[in-house]
Design a protein around this ligand. Structure first.
Ligand code: HAM
Length: 429
């Protein structure tokens, strides 16, 4: 026998019994997006690898270890996108979006790829919903983005959330801070974890969010970026925080929050769930005013966030916030006996479907008992039983699955009867 082929490690099948949860989340996301007046943007899943190398940063884990990079048959070096902010900045530049309007409010949704070590909440193909405000240098836009992320999660009734925020200052602040941090860490080098030792050379800011306990002890005494802010950066951060206060959005200032991508300036934030384990960041984002210039475009300011859909699903599960599973169909047509009644069942199903009533029929030629069992499993509200005797008199039986009550209904009035019953039950529930 041939060896069974398995799915790629770290990638998931979303099975029919689970897809409704995705739909539920996607509908909620769309609902809040509409309230903010953002426009959708779609970009390719494949980009030139150079796009992410230049934007996310050569020394980051994402670019250094996690990208799916390959040479295509034409010799181009391509990468599956590990995130979409870089793609959006490229698309804004390439399509001159900011020449048609001074500001663009964009949202996106789709699969991203990072070859990380898989664990709960961390996958190699995962999905992000994200939003970006492109064109505004003002802190109001940072706050609009944060409040959108916050409201999205509130919409699902989640309570165990924490917004963590920090400022990384402008690029001069970052340079001065980086030098001071390295000067402080150098003498402690031997006590740092091997990973942090390597980062001391490549990306010292990332040592701040190391999870290693010994690193943490050293980092706690390290200089903090807030003490290096110039007046402009400090004023910017203060305005963001006071606007969050005005909107009653609770936050915790976390001086060690640096995030894993190099392009941030000023605001950086994450929303974490205390209901999750190690992979507890549900969404993250910040300002990235320098990115357009890095990609060869005219500079423009921008701020945004991305939310991990798989993580949101895990939080909804952990906080028990999913609604009841929707039924597969609302009506099941069961046929008694052989071919003639089965044909009638098909015909009646087609009539109900034409009225947009979700209807299903038996395709396995089962007994009535078997059909009723399937109807039950599908969670339908009504079963229409087509029996020869009743049919000869132009009648069918309508069974209410909740009460068990059965009633004879004339074929000619079946559609009205079903619509009436479904509407009645919807009103009652
Ligand atoms: P990020 O923090 O790398 O930011 O990713 C955002 C969110 O995606 C994370 O908070 C997490 O929920 C989810 N996520 C990331 N990696 C994985 C994974 N391997 N498995 C499952 N979920 C994951 C960005 O990607 C930036 N582009 C966000 C942004 C937008 N900044 C400005 N605008």
């Amino acid at each position: 026998m041939n060896q069974r082929i398995q799915r790629v490690r770290g990638m998931q099948d979303v099975l029919p019994g689970e897809v409704w949860k995705w739909r539920y989340v996607e509908q909620g996301l769309m609902h809040i997006t509409a309230a903010f007046g953002y426009q959708e943007i779609r970009t390719p899943v494949l980009e030139l690898a150079e796009l992410f190398i230049r934007s996310v940063g050569e020394t980051t884990d994402i670019v250094g270890k996690e990208m799916y990079v390959f040479e295509d048959r034409g010799g181009d070096i391509l990468s599956l996108r590990p995130e979409m902010t870089a793609s959006i900045v490229r698309a804004v530049i390439e399509n001159h979006l900011l020449q048609q309007q001074p500001i663009a409010r964009l949202w996106y949704y789709g699969p991203m790829f990072r070859r990380e070590r898989p664990q709960k909440g961390r996958y190699r193909q995962f999905h992000q919903y994200g939003a970006e405000v492109v064109g505004s240098p003002h802190p109001e836009s940072d706050v609009e983005i944060i409040s959108m992320a916050w409201q999205l999660l509130q919409h699902f009734g989640l309570s165990q959330l924490e917004l963590r925020i920090n400022t990384l200052g402008n690029s001069e602040t970052q340079q001065r801070y980086r030098a001071a941090l390295v000067a402080y860490l150098e003498p402690h080098k031997d006590q740092l974890s091997p990973e942090s030792q390597a980062r001391l050379v490549t990306n010292p800011l990332r040592i701040l969010d190391s999870k290693n306990e010994q690193d943490r002890a050293i980092v706690e005494q390290a200089p903090k970026i807030v003490d290096f802010l110039d007046d402009e950066s400090r004023a910017f951060f203060d305005t963001v925080l006071s606007l969050l206060d005005r909107l009653s959005i609770p936050y915790v200032v976390d001086p060690y929050l640096v995030r894993g991508l190099d392009y941030y300036r000023h605001t950086a934030f994450e929303i974490v769930s205390t209901a999750l384990g190690a992979q507890n960041a549900v969404c993250g984002g910040g300002r990235y005013d320098g990115l357009a210039a890095l990609l060869g475009g005219k500079p423009f300011p921008a701020v945004g966030f991305a939310l991990g859909v798989e993580r949101l699903l895990l939080v909804l599960e952990a906080e028990d916030r999913f609604p009841a599973k929707p039924p597969v169909a609302q009506v099941y047509i069961a046929a008694v006996g052989e071919a003639p009644m089965r044909e009638v069942a098909l015909m009646l199903a087609s009539r109900l479907r034409a009225e947009h009533i979700p209807t299903t029929v038996d395709l396995l030629r089962r007994s009535v008992k078997g059909q009723l069992r399937e109807a039950n499993r599908y969670g339908v509200r009504l079963v229409v039983i087509v029996g020869e005797q009743e049919w000869q008199q132009g009648m069918v039986i309508v069974k209410d699955m909740a009460s068990g009550e059965q009633k004879l209904v004339a074929e000619a009035t079946l559609v009205q009867e079903v619509v009436r019953r479904l509407r009645q039950e919807t009103n009652e529930s």
